[in-house]
Write a protein of this length. Structure first.
Length: 122
């Protein structure tokens, strides 16, 4: 019998959020990105667009600032708007998607960055 691997579901990581949809915001994902639900995102300072968080980046995306609610894959010249958690929420850190190879201190820094937006990683 074949084995099936189920991917992440939209908002699977979300434990609680502010009343209504105050925790959510519309953001623009930059070109050449593969984002899955629960991806930790950083904002590129020059463009205001969002990319997968990278602690080694020098473009502003080294600071975690949002978590993607939905997945998207953008092309080389295309951007895409999605909803993300941008403030006042609690999330399950074990179901977030981080860049491969991050160390425990780097993951702790992500939690600190998100706490600045009142996104608490549990």
């Amino acid at each position: 019998m074949p084995t099936f691997n189920e991917g992440r579901h939209p908002a699977e990581f979300l434990l609680s959020e502010a009343n209504g949809q105050r925790s959510r915001g519309n953001i623009t994902i930059a070109a050449n990105q593969t984002i899955v639900p629960g991806s930790v995102l950083g904002q590129v300072t020059a463009s205001g667009q969002w990319v997968g968080h990278d602690p080694a980046a020098v473009d502003g995306s080294r600071t975690a600032g949002a978590i993607a609610l939905y997945g998207v894959q953008t092309g080389p010249a295309a951007t895409f708007a999605i909803s993300a958690i941008v403030r006042e929420a609690e999330v399950n850190g074990k179901t977030l998607s981080y860049k491969a190879g991050l160390t425990a201190p780097q993951i702790a820094q992500i939690a600190t960055d998100l706490a600045g937006k009142q996104i608490i990683v549990r």
